[in-house]
Design a binder for this molecule. Structure first.
Ligand code: FE2
Ligand code: FE2
Length: 311
């Protein structure tokens, strides 16, 4: 048995980023379904493991195999790369594909009803992704950058408005799984992105664009699930240990009321009934303007970001 076949797909993708090109070509899920061994993944995809291993070895030996290893970069750099590369591309493609879908569906939709189904699936995915990117950019990523800076400077950090970092990360992973399912449904409806005979240039362009969108989203999710989130969770655990240690030290010295840190901030208590009710419901202020407060509501492993009248 080859050692590589016993490793998980995720491990292989992390060891050498060139591996992801082979996985992409063969339809092996390395982002959301990356926890399976290569052997299991090949069985699921009905692929011959020896042929897959041969393709992987060729990819590893190719001169273009030397790609940046994002595992060696700071969290802030990984986040900048994700935003400037994958988030930018996702937004641009969502904007570009809407009119292209409209054009292709108007001409070919009657003879190819699967196009209408694909457009509906893509629209749902686009809506989900737009909200998802906003949550990452407004809530999770800024906190991860602050957390890394605090760890680097050996400083403490104010508690996150969403509780443990595990909560938003679990939510992001859940949404990644959901996006992965929609991508599979689109690929199936589009017959693996092979346009029918006689398809016009716009039809073929649409399928090429959808295939490229799928590849980019797989790489994007792989970077977040497998490269960004594990060290972020490790840092969060390390900070918690440090924070718990400080708390137990401070308990011997406290002179104020032990329950005072559980009370809502003054503005929430005195400002308005809405603010007080939101605080009791578990909301925490994330940011505020003169009239609105952006708050996070932490419910089990989920968190919701919403706006409320500022107290
Ligand atoms: Fe993202
Ligand atoms: Fe994400």
């Amino acid at each position: 048995m080859n050692v590589a076949s016993e490793k998980t797909v995720r491990e292989l993708a992390l060891e050498n980023p060139a591996t992801t090109r082979v996985f992409e070509k063969l339809g092996i899920d390395y982002c959301c379904g990356g926890k399976r061994s290569l052997e299991e993944a090949c069985n699921t995809a009905k692929l011959n493991i020896d042929e897959v291993l041969e393709s992987l070895e060729k990819a590893w030996e190719a001169p273009s195999a030397v790609q940046k290893d994002w595992q060696l970069e700071p969290i802030s750099e990984v986040i900048t790369h994700i935003k400037e590369t994958h988030h930018k591309y996702t937004r641009e493609e969502i904007g570009r594909l809407g009119p292209l879908f409209a054009k292709v569906c108007s001409v070919h939709g009657e003879n190819h009803p699967e196009l209408i189904q694909i457009r509906g699936l893509f629209q749902d995915l686009a809506n989900e992704l737009s909200a998802h990117l906003m949550k990452e950019e407004m809530v999770l990523f800024p906190f991860l950058i602050r957390m890394e800076a605090a760890v680097t400077r050996k400083e403490s950090i104010a508690p996150a408005p969403f509780g443990s970092v595990q909560n938003p990360i679990s939510m992001m992973e859940y949404e990644h799984d959901s996006a992965g399912s929609v991508l599979r449904a689109i690929r199936e409806a589009a017959n693996g992105y092979s346009a029918p005979d006689g398809a016009c240039v716009s039809y073929q362009t649409l399928y090429h664009a959808l295939a490229a969108f799928e590849t980019d989203l797989h790489q994007h999710i792989h970077l977040e699930n497998n490269v960004l989130f594990p060290p972020a969770l490790a840092m969060d655990r390390a900070l918690k240990v440090q924070h718990d240690g400080n708390q137990s030290h401070c308990r011997h010295r406290r002179t104020d009321s032990p329950a005072s840190h559980d009370r809502p901030p003054r503005t929430w208590r005195l400002g308005s009934a809405v603010g007080a009710s939101l605080y009791r419901a578990g909301c925490r202020i994330f940011s505020r303007t003169s009239r609105l407060a952006v708050v996070s509501l932490h419910v089990r492993h989920a968190f919701i970001v919403c706006a409320a009248n500022a107290p």
